[in-house]
Design a protein around this ligand. Structure first.
Ligand code: TXA
Ligand code: MG
Length: 347
């Protein structure tokens, strides 16, 4: 895994492109981001256009260091300060009250702003050389699988993104944990590598899940992070049976499992991603991409183990599968679908 720094001239070129109001893709420890100058509204708009993302869905502002926080956020509460101190730089995004100068295009018109200090050396190089905030959603088209390699970004955007800084494979592979610190009790809006237990070790009171007052945000849409091939989640004990049914007419099927297959089947592509949550997460999007290309008519994903270590993976898998394909529909997902419809599935 390459996480080395890049030569300064590559960074300088990316900084020039950002200053010209163009978009630059860069690696973070979670996934690759599609970056633009957070203080240039036209550049911010380009990010929305490129992604095909609705203007009401806010972006995360990336900073090289928490010392810049007060330019972006107002009245940072002690809980947020404690979390920032403990987890930045790292895979944590904090939602805070927006400082007046923050462009409303970034926040989707809301008076809160999401901020993160990533710890990938190339992201740090870029942010430091740029010297300001960089908005960066994951560098994929709206609703699709996030990129964890530079090649994924090029595949998705081709020449539309002038500069793609290549920092190798992302170490974490899933998007940051998002914690809203806007209300009295901080709340996890998106699970990620930093778990609830880790958060609660710093701030004892942290809530989970969406509250009624949370704004509509893209990572919360029921169908998101999705390959083009339909994804279904299947209980481990049923996998072979479902594979046999689907391949009876010689159609191909793809499987993402945590174990090897118990039966051979020449119409099936099977990836054993293992039972270590961290490794599974790191490879999840690469695996979904490769199964998406396998020519299968369906991707079956074995239900992952219970427990907090799998929370972020479970969340992304549920969203990759459309809810009707989840064998036992979770009431939360049903509620999200009722709220959001299924518009996020289209690229
Ligand atoms: O790991 C990550 O967070 C990656 C890397 C590139 O940093 N970025 C990322 O960005 O995942 P994106 O745009 O794909 O997801 C950003 C999420 C949105 O889904 C939304 O839930 C949340 O950030 N968000 C942004 N601003 C918000 C706000 N003001 N209030 C609530 N949520 C917000
Ligand atoms: Mg995204």
């Amino acid at each position: 895994m390459v996480t080395a720094r890049l030569p300064q001239d590559e960074i300088d070129r990316a900084v020039d492109v950002l200053r010209e109001g163009e978009v630059v893709a860069f690696p973070t420890e979670t996934v690759y981001g599609l970056g633009a100058d957070a203080q240039n509204p036209d550049a911010v708009r380009k990010v929305f256009e490129l992604k095909g993302r609705p203007a009401t869905h806010p972006l995360i502002v990336h900073l090289d260091h928490p010392r810049l926080l007060e330019r972006w956020a107002l009245n940072v509460p002690p809980a947020a300060q404690a979390l920032a101190e403990r987890f930045w730089p790292g895979p944590l995004t904090l939602v805070l009250r927006r400082a007046p100068a923050v462009d409303l295009a970034i926040t989707g018109g809301q008076d809160t702003v999401a901020v993160r200090v990533p710890n990938h050396p190339v992201a740090q190089q870029l942010l430091r050389a740029f010297g300001g905030g960089i908005v960066a959603p994951s560098a994929n088209r709206y609703g699709r699988v996030s990129p964890t390699r530079a090649d994924h970004v090029r595949e998705e955007f081709g020449d539309a993104v002038k500069v793609v800084l290549d920092g190798g494979d992302c170490k974490i592979g899933l998007e940051s944990t998002i914690v809203s610190c806007v209300d009295a009790v901080p709340r996890v809006l998106r699970p990620g590598a930093i778990t609830l237990t880790q958060l609660r070790a710093v701030v004892p009171e942290v809530a989970e899940g969406r509250s009624a007052s949370q704004p509509r945000v893209p990572g919360s849409d029921a169908k998101h992070y999705a390959p083009s091939t339909p994804v279904s989640i299947v209980a481990s004990g049923k996998l072979e049976e479902v594979v046999a049914q689907l391949t009876a007419d010689h159609e191909k099927v793809a499987v993402l499992a945590t174990r090897p297959p118990r039966l051979a089947n020449k119409f099936m592509t099977w990836i054993n991603a293992g039972r270590r949550a961290e490794l599974y997460a790191r490879e999840l999007y690469v695996n979904l991409r490769s199964l998406d290309k396998s020519g299968a008519r369906e991707i079956l994903v074995e239900e992952v183990p219970g427990g907090e270590a799998w929370d972020a993976v479970r969340d992304r898998l549920r969203r990759a599968a459309s809810a009707e394909n989840v064998v036992s529909v979770d009431p939360d997902i049903a509620a999200l679908r009722a709220d959001f419809g299924e518009d996020a599935g289209s690229p």
